[in-house]
Design a protein around this ligand. Structure first.
Ligand code: FAD
Length: 453
């Protein structure tokens, strides 16, 4: 059916609609329906949702179109990404460049344009490069975490009509036609827009006479196949997988439904295990090594193009986000249970032992307790704050001598010469061991003082 609509600006719009569906098949949606989940549709939907407007995104295809298309975002678009809270993620994914280069086919001339020449804001005059399907995927992650949003795949809009209060969209789906009604419809369904056709609007643009060929490149590579059966990490993997099986469930309360997705706790644990096994003590180095080493990637469940967390994000998660969760104790207990399940723990004979672990504190930065002013700025690190809080809650003990030297960066550690020829700050690790197969079944860390063991 063809309908004539009079717009507020006096123009007349022609609308073609399918026959109306009656009764239960009509679905009333709050807010706005956006037609087409390309980059424009996704960004429009995100902008609306960020402003609290309910939004339904309809897409004809079953998933994001990953055919090769836009790959460059100029400074004007970068500003939009920033406004929509996407810039940090986009920078992490993309490649920055300050010049844009193209070739003029008719002359073969290569032209390089430096964005910085045309602006005072030189630092922000960069282009970002990454595929538009990656942008769509990124926006989708953000959109899905906002309330009152819905994405409907396999939903091809074929009809449109509006009255003074609402717009009704007819769409073909795998289960047959549906009708959706909302306050507004936005057509972002590309160059051959059905919404534009249904409104009888002309295409204000031009078609390039040239034909382009663009293709994705695929390589045949299976990461799993290149890791030898005898590799240490492959042999460990089967046990690690069992031990970490319920990790996500355990840590669910520590994750937020909003904001950027956090570091996966399983990834963090697997990276730490790589660090322990291969003696990589520094997290910056660990993140670099996991990025470059195929076996480490495989063990961490990262594909070749998956991103390794930034070292500062990694440290933040290890030191702060999961601190309250008792994550390491949980994993330790899972390891003990796995040993018990394998019959390695007999439960008849036990031994207690202790060893000293060096604290992450310089042996040259210790001071006598009465020389330290904890209130001085720069001293209130997490370790210091925890130490001061523990002093407040501790009952004074007259039998206990106060330490001669205290570390400024980790005051809970003890100044000790145990288990080492030189004095250092350290902790005692006290183990309870089942002697049948020397399985540690409990462990407690204390400052490395005889008194505390
Ligand atoms: C080879 C190539 C290279 C390009 N390179 C660049 C570049 O480097 N930089 C740049 O800025 N631009 C580039 N472009 C252009 C860029 O890809 C487009 O401008 C961009 O895709 C437009 O986004 P869009 O969201 O408007 O439309 P689209 O990306 O076309 O998305 C429209 C979506 O609507 C869906 N849809 C269509 N009809 C319906 C319907 N009836 N119901 C429901 N859904 C529907 C489609 O399935 C599609 O997912 C390139 C394009 C091509 C083809």
């Amino acid at each position: 059916m063809q309908v004539e609509l009079r717009c507020a600006n006096g123009n007349t719009l022609l609308c073609w609609t399918n026959d109306t569906l009656e009764g239960d098949e009509m679905e009333r949606r709050e807010g706005v329906i956006v037609v087409g989940a390309g980059p424009v549709g996704f960004l429009t939907a995100l902008g609306l949702a960020r402003n609290g407007i309910p939004v339904t995104l309809l897409e004809a295809e079953a998933q994001i179109n990953d055919s090769p298309r836009a790959a460059v975002y100029f400074p004007t678009t970068v500003k939009i990404l920033e406004r929509l809270g996407l810039l940090a993620d986009a920078i992490a994914i993309g490649l920055k460049s300050w010049t844009f280069t193209f070739r003029v086919p008719s002359t073969g001339t290569v032209v390089a344009v430096d964005n910085r020449l045309a602006t005072d804001d030189r630092d922000n005059a960069y282009n970002l490069h990454f595929g538009q399907h990656i942008l769509a995927r990124l926006v989708m992650q953000h959109l899905e975490r906002l309330p009152h949003t819905q994405i409907r795949w396999n939903t091809r809009v074929v009809g449109l009509k509006q009255d003074a209060k609402s717009v009704t969209v007819t769409a073909d789906t795998r289960d047959g036609p549906i009708e959706l009604q909302a306050d507004w419809v936005i057509g972002t369904d590309g160059g051959r827009s059905a919404v534009r056709h249904l409104l009888g609007l002309p295409f204000e643009g031009h078609t390039w006479p040239e034909r382009f060929v663009a293709t994705n490149l695929f390589y045949d590579f299976n990461l799993d196949e290149v890791i030898p059966e005898s590799h240490l990490l492959r042999r460990l993997d089967v046990f690690v997988t069992t031990v970490l099986a319920d990790l996500h469930e355990q840590l669910r309360p520590f994750y937020s439904d909003i904001g950027r997705p956090s570091v996966d706790p399983e990834l963090m644990m697997r990276m730490l295990i790589v660090g322990y096994c291969y003696g990589i003590r520094h997290e910056r180095k660990l993140c670099e090594e996991v990025k470059l080493h195929l076996a480490y990637r495989w063990f961490c469940r990262l594909d070749l193009d998956d991103r390794v967390p930034h070292h500062s994000t990694f440290s933040e998660n290890r030191l702060n986000r999961f601190r309250e969760s008792d994550l390491l104790r949980h994993i330790f207990e899972r390891v003990v249970m796995a040993c018990m399940a394998q019959g390695l723990v007999k439960g008849e004979g036990f031994a207690v032992d202790a060893s000293v672990m060096e604290a992450n504190a310089s042996r040259y930065r210790g001071k006598a307790p009465d020389e330290i002013d904890w209130a001085q700025s720069g001293r209130q690190s997490r370790a210091v704050a925890e130490y001061l809080a523990s002093l407040e809650h501790e009952e004074p003990n007259p039998d206990r001598k106060s330490p001669k030297v205290i570390s400024l960066s980790d005051p809970s550690s003890a100044w000790t010469a145990k288990a080492n020829k030189r004095v250092q700050f350290g902790y005692g690790l006290n183990y309870l061991i089942d002697i049948e197969n020397a399985v540690i079944i409990d462990v407690e860390a204390t400052p490395a003082r005889t008194y505390d063991e």
